[in-house]
Design a protein around this ligand. Structure first.
Ligand code: NFS
Length: 639
């Protein structure tokens, strides 16, 4: 059906959409269609609902209708609205980070039986970077100090910038952020200040509001970096793993548990506990427990434990429609409330786990740190019950999946590079760029957004960039789109990579033969969205090696199908760091040419990074390649 082909390029999703149509099951794809046409005022960002004299909608011309009741113009309204999205995004990432810090702190203080320091080397590296000496301290004492330093970055009341900012970026960026007064002193304060700044009748200056937003974007970066670092300390730093992706990973004869959401405290505990409960599942007649993941918590356990990916954001309801999911256990963020309505059409149970994230009708098992293991066991038992109840019911699992090689933390990438150059591993990457073998590095990240055909932008851009010898790293739902489509299998290198990239990856694979059982993938999965911090670290290492600041590094970012507030705050941080940052779906800013110009041009003048808004993925890829080309040319590289 050509209409369905326009909904997704994922064959498993298309298969389930067919089934949904036959059985009258409603999904986000139908609701997207039902919402059309969407209100143009909201779409362009010129609907103001900050006070309730409104909503005020900005009309063309210069009469009284061209401003809000308070007199706010389009540029004030657009910039306030988008800045508030940055505050929302930074809140989500950093609250997740805070949860991790508390788990580490309380574990190190001996208050939690279920968690401990797993990666002592990472703890030592983080401590050293932030200037805490490990000498004479036990690992728990050190973990307490590091955790407290992280909490300072949330709540500091003095004017020093956040430690996780200053110690992870170039000197050039530190100076730039200080000069522009956008270095956050504390995450919580940045969010609060931005909400204050954008209250009715506070700031009307769009440049000042957007700069406040960038400060929050950097606070978001701090929250992401803390999340990544301390999750690694608690659960281990990822190394290459071999697994699979797409709905074909579900197994009719196993107990199927999907972890969905973001925080590894939930998902990693479920993974650890599931191993101990295989026997219980077998006693119930199943051949075992099949875990799989959706969204970023799926990425967390994929990276550390090789748990397969079921699917990504837009197709989350479709997984339930297979009839094979016994329990979907969720925590926070990107969980469509509709999963409960779909689950009610099957035997599937939805389990919520966080006190700020509940769904009417779903089960709730508290997953605070004290009850994590106990709740994880209860979740798996519920799934085993579900498996028993499902006997005699039809499952309809599309037999579609692809091999995935993932697990590329910066540490893992550096280790691969070190097999070629043990003294200066990163030089292997920068040399390949300087030699013109690689066109540069691109981070593909972010969500699904049904404004574009599901997964199509991710795949098209990845194919174009790899064909043109760009080294692609990826996170979030973008990584899941690429994984499902087979772009993390070694065979994809032959199929898609240009000559230079092919040679580069071959050299890397050959030098690491002893470590890699299954070769290297075409694109490198760096983890969840908070793990965009890993990609930032990679670009910072490149900058230091090339002896330039980050805006000069041939490094670009793209969120081909962005939709969440988190994507907006990540994008703001990326621009402040100096990356050309493509967004493939339109954020609500077109209602103000001035704000549009700040995002695409003034940002570039001040920070060296800028937004590229382009909804056609082929054109977007061309623009990203041009940005890389411009940067390599400025570095004096002649190809
Ligand atoms: Ni990122 Fe990850 Fe996916 Fe988007 Fe949601 S799961 S934190 S916000 S939709 S990439």
């Amino acid at each position: 059906d050509p209409k369905d082909i326009m909904r997704s390029v994922d064959p498993a999703a298309l298969y389930m959409l067919e089934k949904a149509k036959d059985q009258n099951l409603i999904s986000s794809y139908d609701r997207f269609a039902a919402q059309q046409p969407q209100c143009a005022f909201g779409y362009e960002g010129i609907c103001c609902r900050i006070c309730f004299q409104g909503p005020c909608r900005i009309k063309p011309g210069d009469g009284p209708g061209s401003k809000g009741i308070c007199g706010a113009t389009a540029y004030t309204i657009v910039s306030r609205n988008i800045a508030r999205m940055m505050a929302g995004g930074a809140s989500a990432h950093s609250d997740h980070g805070r949860h991790i810090v508390h788990a580490l702190l309380h574990a190190a203080e001996g208050k939690l039986a279920d968690f401990k320091v797993t990666d002592v080397e990472k703890l030592n590296r983080v401590a050293e970077r932030i200037g805490i000496s490990a000498e004479g301290k036990t690992e728990n004492e050190l973990a307490v100090e590091v955790s407290k330093a992280a909490l300072e970055d949330f709540g500091r009341q003095t004017d020093e910038p956040c430690t996780w900012l200053t110690t992870t970026i170039t000197d050039g960026r530190n100076k730039k952020f200080a000069d522009c007064c956008i270095a956050p002193t504390a995450i919580d304060r940045s969010v609060v200040s931005l909400l204050h700044q954008t209250h009715i009748g506070t700031d009307a200056d769009p440049v000042n509001i957007i700069f406040g937003g960038l400060k929050c974007g950097l606070a978001d970066y701090v929250g992401m970096h803390i999340s990544t670092d301390l999750s690694d300390v608690l659960f281990g730093t990822p190394k290459p793993v071999v697994t699979e992706a797409n709905l074909g990973v579900l197994k009719e004869d196993k107990v199927n548990v999907i972890v969905h959401g973001h925080n590894p405290i939930l998902s990693q505990t479920v993974v650890n506990v599931a191993k101990e409960m295989e026997a219980e599942a077998k006693a119930a007649g199943a051949t075992g427990i099949q875990l799989s993941g959706i969204c970023c918590t799926g990425n967390e356990v994929l990276m550390r434990s090789g748990v397969p990916i079921a699917t990504n954001f837009s197709s989350q309801e479709l997984a339930i429609m297979t009839g094979a999911v016994d329990v979907m256990v969720v925590d926070v963020q990107c969980i469509m409330p509709s999963v409960q309505a779909v689950a009610e059409c099957f035997h599937t149970k939805i389990v919520t786990t966080m006190d700020i994230s509940k769904i009417p009708g779903a089960h709730h098992f508290a997953f605070d740190e004290e009850h994590a293991v106990e709740s994880a066991k209860a979740v798996i038992r519920l799934a085993i019950e579900g498996y028993k109840n499902r006997q005699g019911m039809a499952c309809d699992i599309p037999q579609i999946k692809n091999k995935v090689i993932a697990g590329f933390s910066v540490e893992a990438i550096v280790e691969l590079l070190a097999a070629i150059n043990p003294e200066t591993p990163i030089k292997v990457l920068t040399d390949a760029v300087e030699a013109g073998e690689l066109a540069g590095v691109a981070l593909l990240c972010g969500c699904n957004n049904l404004e574009s055909v599901h997964d199509n932008n991710h795949l098209t851009i990845a194919r174009e960039l790899t064909k043109n010898n760009v080294f692609v790293v990826t996170t979030g739902c973008s990584a899941q789109a690429l994984a499902k489509a087979g772009m993390m299998a070694p065979e994809a290198i032959e199929e898609y990579a240009g000559e230079g990239l092919k040679n580069f990856l071959k050299r890397l694979a050959d030098a690491n033969q002893d470590k890699l059982t299954d070769g290297l993938p075409l694109v490198f999965h760096m983890g969840s969205c908070v793990d965009n911090s890993r990609a930032h670290d990679l670009s910072t290492m490149m900058a230091k090696q090339l002896n330039v600041d980050t805006p000069k590094v041939p490094f670009v970012a793209s969120a081909p199908e962005a939709m969440s507030e988190k994507a907006v705050s990540i994008g703001a941080g990326a621009v402040a760091m100096g990356y050309p940052t493509h967004v493939g779906t339109m954020p609500p800013i077109e209602g103000s040419p001035l704000v549009f110009g700040i995002a695409t041009q003034i940002a570039s003048d001040v920070y060296g990074g800028y937004f590229i808004f382009e909804t056609d993925p082929m054109v977007a890829a061309a623009k990203l390649l041009a940005s890389l080309d411009n940067r390599t040319w400025k570095l004096g590289i002649h190809k």
